[in-house]
Design a protein around this ligand. Structure first.
Ligand code: C5P
Length: 250
């Protein structure tokens, strides 16, 4: 078996900071700093508390995935993306369905801003099809392709336009790697432990951390399997072990 360092496995774990209070967010940041690779700040937390939540994570020298799923006219998304660069986030996302022009302008604006600030440019990942939408919903909106085709086509378009990669559900990882290769980033939520954590919740299509990493995910986003665990640090350690095993099994 290949020898995978614990650090390399830890880097791949993104903790979803899905909490409603600033105090609660801070206590998770305190507890998990150094034990996960990145903290994901989403719409709920960012709308409530703004950049100070990002600053609190940066004070601990931790990385940030800003999950605001930008989708607007190219100029607006490009400017919002520059604001994200200035905040110092390490990763952020956009909707691929905003179109290739929106993505290209955003990538250029980010490159420019990061170069001016002399900082590393963030990873830009595109959301293809929201997993809450089924084929019927897509048809209702006006898409003529089914979800599986649309995921691949939107991913191809986003990557060609310069995005670093995509956010993909567990069930899409294999198809993305088979159709589009290995040269782009895949970030995957919907991770659940095999036998260890059997908590009923709203995630329907899941994979374990081991399976997702083995299938080709570069990062996994994990919330409740850690936050709802009796011993979050132990759960976190188990997931990192699974990631290391998944990397070794590739
Ligand atoms: O608690 P859980 O591990 O399900 O959290 C997963 C995180 O990933 C949440 O922040 C959720 O919003 C996000 N996510 C998801 N499914 C998607 C896209 C994002 O669960 N298709």
């Amino acid at each position: 078996m290949k020898n995978i360092s614990n650090n390399r496995a830890t880097d791949k774990l993104i903790f979803a900071l899905d909490v409603q209070s600033y105090k609660e967010a801070l206590s998770w940041i305190d507890l998990l700093s150094g034990h996960v690779g990145m903290f994901k700040v989403g719409k709920e937390l960012f709308t409530a508390f703004g950049p100070k939540i990002v600053d609190s994570i940066k004070e601990k020298n931790q990385k940030i995935f800003l999950d605001l799923k930008f989708h607007d006219i190219p100029n607006t998304v490009a400017r919002a993306a520059q604001a994200a660069v200035k905040l110092g986030v390490d990763m952020f996302n956009i909707h691929a369905s905003g179109g290739s022009k929106m993505i290209r302008e955003t990538v250029l604006a980010v490159d420019d801003c990061a170069a001016n600030l002399k900082i590393k440019k963030p990873v830009i990942v595109a959301v293809t099809v929201l997993t809450s939408l089924d084929d019927h919903d897509l048809n209702e909106i006006g898409f003529k392709k089914n979800a599986d085709e649309l995921v691949i086509d939107l991913a191809r378009m986003a990557i060609t336009a310069g995005a670093s990669g995509v956010v993909a559900s567990p069930r899409d990882i294999y198809a993305l790697r088979n159709n589009l290769g290995n040269d782009f980033v895949i970030v995957t939520p919907g991770i659940r432990a095999g036998e260890k954590i059997k908590k009923a919740d709203d995630q329907k299509r899941t994979l374990s951390a081991y399976e997702a990493i083995k299938a080709g995910a570069d990062y996994i986003v994990v919330g409740r399997p850690i936050s709802a665990a009796e011993k979050p640090l132990v759960a976190c350690g188990q997931i990192i072990q699974e990631i290391a095993e998944g990397l070794a099994a590739r």
